[in-house]
Design a binder for this molecule. Structure first.
Ligand SMILES: CC(C)(COP(=O)(O)OP(=O)(O)OC[C@H]1O[C@@H](n2cnc3c(N)ncnc32)[C@H](O)[C@@H]1OP(=O)(O)O)[C@@H](O)C(=O)NCCC(=O)NCCS
Length: 162
C-alpha cells in the first residue's frame, strides 16, 4: 500500500469514499469542486491502483490544523490504513511547524491509539466551527474534540505565556 499526497486523478474516488460515510451522518459530504479546491491538503492510501483511504489536513491558524474527511474503505478496515493516513498528516503538520492537530470525531478509540487526547470543545477557537453551519447536527453536535500535540507545542505555549 502506498500513502501519498492526493492527485487530480484521485478526486472521484475520494469523493465516493467520503460520500458513503456522509450518507450515514459520520462526516460532512464533500463535493468534487471542494475536493479540487483543497486538493493540496489531501493524502490518500492506494492499494493495487485503488484509493482505499483519504483524509485532509486543513490549517486553521498558526498553531492549529484539523484532520478532515478521514475515510477508509470498509473492505480494508482494521488493516492499518487509517493509522498510516493520519500519521502521514501528522508528519506534514510537524514539517509545517503546527503545534496542535485537531479531530472532531466519533472514533475516539481510533484517535486515542494515535495519541490524540480529548479536549473541551469550549477550549477551541471559534474558527474551528466555521464549516459547522453546513452540518445537519449544527444544533445538537455530539462529536468529540480530540487534539494531538506535536513537537512544536511546548515552544508555542512558551511564547503564549511570555
Ligand atoms: C475510523 C477509521 C478511519 C479507522 O480506519 P482503519 O483503517 O480501520 O483503522 P486502523 O486499522 O488504522 O486502526 C489503527 C488502530 O486503531 C484501532 N481502531 C480502529 N478503529 C477503532 C475504533 N472505532 N475504536 C477503537 N479502536 C479502533 C485499531 O484496532 C488499531 O489499533 P492497533 O494499532 O493497536 O492495532 C475507519 O473505521 C473509517 O473510515 N470509519 C468511518 C468514517 C469515520 O468515522 N471517519 C472518522 C471521521 S473523524
Amino acid at each position: 500500500m502506498e500513502v501519498r499526497k492526493a492527485a487530480a486523478a484521485d478526486v472521484e474516488s475520494m469523493q465516493q469514499l467520503i460520500q458513503q460515510f456522509a450518507d450515514d451522518g459520520l462526516m460532512l459530504p464533500r463535493t468534487v469542486k471542494s475536493l479540487c479546491e483543497h486538493l493540496q491538503s489531501f493524502t490518500v492510501a492506494v492499494e493495487d491502483g485503488r484509493v482505499v483511504g483519504v483524509a485532509g489536513l486543513h490549517v486553521l491558524w498558526k498553531d492549529l490544523a484539523e484532520i478532515r474527511s478521514l475515510a477508509v474503505d470498509p473492505q480494508v478496515h482494521g488493516q492499518g490504513v487509517g493509522r498510516k493516513v493520519v500519521e502521514h498528516l501528522l508528519h506534514e503538520a510537524e514539517q509545517l511547524g503546527i503545534a496542535q492537530v485537531l479531530s472532531l470525531t466519533y472514533q475516539t478509540g481510533f484517535f486515542e491509539k494515535l495519541n490524540f487526547h480529548v479536549v473541551r470543545k469550549e477550549s477551541l477557537p471559534h474558527k474551528v466551527w466555521k464549516d459547522c453551519i453546513y452540518c445537519k447536527k449544527f444544533y445538537h453536535c455530539d462529536e468529540v474534540a480530540m487534539v494531538y500535540y506535536t513537537q512544536h507545542y511546548e515552544a508555542f505555549q512558551a511564547i503564549r505565556e511570555a
